[in-house]
Design a protein. Structure first.
Lengths: 170, 504
């Protein structure tokens, strides 16, 4: 097929991330079963073998596209300045913080902090009053429904323990 | 015959008198089904003391209604925000979410509710009538036949990969490799676990579902102010009942489609261990195969929404058949029902329908009545539910992340599962941004361990002879059906293009 010079080149570097991760993981997987009984190997070797073959075909295809000038080894479709501007990078940061803190602070407080900070960042720190009220309603509502009503074993912290003491004492 | 009909009529009237239990349970089921991690099974476990305290009839009606409603509820977030509530609804967003983005969320919800209710109702009737025959399906499905059923599910990868075959296959086989993580089924050798004890049981499905669909979607949707397209926003400015009725009409006009795809769900539901996720993907794939417009699938095509929704509700009645006739639960919820029924001293097997027919028939009647009441109570809500799509993403994205990540924690109560969901979220985000379909990865994760189990069983039986895969008559019939379903779309597509070429 003839290459259209007016068409924007594709970001082939980003397209390679998933196949490279797949190859690395498959080779790691093979290393963990190399000395195992055949029952542990047969299915993984069959599936992994097919996956490596498909990835090889994909690498050949990408090499061809690079040689024809249809794409570049760039990652712009995956990571770009827009990710910082839109707050996506910050959202990933607050999400990691949510996972780390929830075990210590408990569901309600961590959810409130996460919602407030994420909404504030995504909203460029405007309408903070609305953000605070929304975060508080959602976090408190989540506590009332999941912990109080359904007694789901969400991570508990200071707030949950205090409320339990308050409620059990009438 | 006359005696059975009169018994069925009595049981029906008696069940409908429990409307005061069924209607609140329907709403509870819709909520728990819609939140990843809060499946019907988990909710029934949480409410087990309450269920055991009720009399048997009330307890069973409560559990059955919750089961049906949760199955339907799982489709609501799948359609509105591209996040399936359970793995059984993972095929629903393929066409449901594009409809929402086009501003047809209200129609999509109405279609889903009608397809789910009619599919569930129809398969309940079929299960009731053909119970002795259906119960035997489980006996005929050995490891070889199950391998072919799994391959039917995997063949959806090919459908999804229609745009870029290599990317689709890489996504699907990567999912299968991830699904192989954990100890092997014979010697318990840990494989690919990266040293995490939490992965010895394999990759848990809920964190994978939450990460691939919910977390990655939240990272994507913040690019826009709302998730709707401009055309969608215009359509949602003046929501009307007409859109709901349009959805109901669209679904009803496809009643044959609802019929045969729900039967796929029923048959797969009868096979213990197969489940709604496989049924919905198989139904979607078959619907696309036999469609005159397969190219429309994935773009907001009504039949692409009808097929998985009616199939996963067909599974609900299917799972009751082996439970009641053989005492073998077809899934987690059915297993909990078994415990409750045993607590009340109910015996299983053919004797159940002779000694306590009101219990056996009563469960199917509870299902039928629940579906009937669901049609009446839920469809009017689609107009209000679809308003979720107008919530600005700066509020929606953090809400999705926080509540679904905690949902990933609930089933096993490991903090590790939240991190795992986050890792799957990052994989899902990369996949979405670079054109690899997250549904194909999820199919792999679901089917990987099942396929390996049946594959090993078959090889063990034949002492390593691969020809065992073609050793049974039913298996060979299924192999032919599989090949036909893969080849047929290509042939039909080739013929259509040839005709278009000739006419132009």
């Amino acid at each position: 097929m003839a290459h259209d010079p007016n068409r924007a080149p594709r970001h082939l570097g980003a397209d390679l991330v998933i196949p490279i991760l797949a190859v690395v993981f498959t080779l790691y997987f093979f290393s963990t079963i190399w000395n195992s009984p055949w029952t542990a190997q047969v299915s993984a070797f069959s599936i992994g073998g097919v996956l490596l073959f498909i990835c090889l075909l994909f690498f050949i295809k990408v090499t061809g596209q690079l040689r024809r000038g249809e794409g570049r080894l760039t990652f712009t479709s995956l990571v770009n300045f827009e990710d910082i501007r839109s707050g996506r990078v910050a959202l990933i940061g607050t999400t990691i913080g949510f996972c780390v803190l929830i075990d210590t602070l408990g569901f309600t407080l961590t959810t409130f902090l996460f919602l407030w900070l994420s909404m504030a960042i995504l909203g460029a720190f405007k309408r903070l009053g609305r953000v605070t009220i929304t975060s508080a309603i959602l976090a408190f509502g989540g506590w009332a429904v999941f912990i109080l009503a359904f007694e789901t074993r969400f991570p508990r912290g200071w707030f949950e323990q205090t409320m339990q003491t308050v409620l059990s004492n009438g | 015959m006359g005696e059975t009909a009169s018994l069925l009529a009595t049981v029906f009237l008696e069940t409908i008198s429990f409307w005061w239990v069924i209607i609140p349970t329907i709403f509870l089921g819709l909520i728990v089904g819609g939140i990843p991690g809060f499946s019907a099974a988990n909710t029934i476990i949480i409410l087990m003391p309450l269920t055991l305290a009720m009399d048997l009839q009330t307890g069973l009606i409560f559990m059955v209604s919750l089961y049906c409603a949760a199955r339907m509820g799982a489709g609501i977030p799948a359609i509105l925000v591209n996040i399936p509530g359970t793995a059984g609804a993972a095929a629903t967003p393929l066409d449901g979410y594009p409809m929402t983005k086009q501003g047809r969320g209200q129609q999509a919800l109405a279609i889903s509710f009608v397809a789910s209710s009619l599919g569930g109702l129809l398969t309940t009737m079929i299960a009731l009538a053909a119970m002795p025959i259906l119960a035997r399906v489980g006996f005929y499905m050995h490891s070889v036949e199950m391998i072919v059923v799994m391959l039917f599910g995997i063949s959806l990868i090919a459908s999804i990969a229609a745009q870029d075959m290599l990317k689709g296959l890489i996504a699907g086989f990567s999912g299968l490799m991830l699904g192989a993580i954990g100890t092997d089924v014979v010697y318990a050798t840990p494989r690919g676990t990266m040293g995490f004890l939490e992965l010895y049981d394999g990759v848990p499905l809920i964190p994978a579902l939450v990460g691939l669909f919910a977390v990655s979607e939240a990272f994507i949707i913040i690019e826009k102010r709302v998730i709707l397209t401009k055309q969608g926003q215009k359509a949602m400015e003046n929501p009307s009942w007409a859109a709901t009725f349009e959805g109901v009409k669209d679904a009803l006009s496809r009643w044959t489609h609802i019929g045969w795809t729900s039967v796929i769900g029923l048959v797969i539901g009868v096979i213990p261990g197969a489940g709604a996720s496989i049924a919905s993907f198989v139904a979607y794939q078959q619907s696309r195969t036999f469609s005159k417009t397969p190219e429309k699938y994935g773009t907001g095509h009504i039949e692409g929404l009808v097929a998985p929704e009616s199939a996963n509700n067909g599974v609900t009645s299917g799972t009751l058949v082996p439970l009641l006739v053989l005492g073998i639960p077809g899934g987690a919820t059915a297993a909990i029902m078994l415990v409750v029924m045993q607590y009340h001293g109910v015996s299983f097997g053919p004797s159940l329908f002779q000694q306590e027919p009101e219990v056996g028939y009563g469960m199917f009647m509870a299902m039928a009545v629940s579906y009937l009441l669901m049609i009446l109570t839920i469809i009017p809500l689609s107009r209000y539910m679809s308003r979720v799509t107008t919530v600005p993403t700066i509020y929606l994205a953090p809400m999705i992340i926080s509540f679904t990540l905690v949902g990933a924690f609930v089933p096993r109560e490991y903090m590790f599962d939240m991190y795992l969901a986050l890792a799957f979220g990052v994989i899902g985000y990369i996949a979405r941004r670079t054109g690899y379909h997250v549904a194909a990865i999820l199919i792999g994760v679901i089917l990987g361990p099942l396929l390996e189990t049946y594959f090993l069983r078959a090889l063990k039986k034949s002492e390593g002879d691969m020809m065992v895969l073609f050793s049974s008559t039913l298996g060979n019939i299924l192999w032919v059906a599989l090949v036909v379903s893969l080849v047929l779309p290509a042939v039909l597509d080739w013929r259509r293009k040839k005709r278009e070429l000739l006419s132009s």
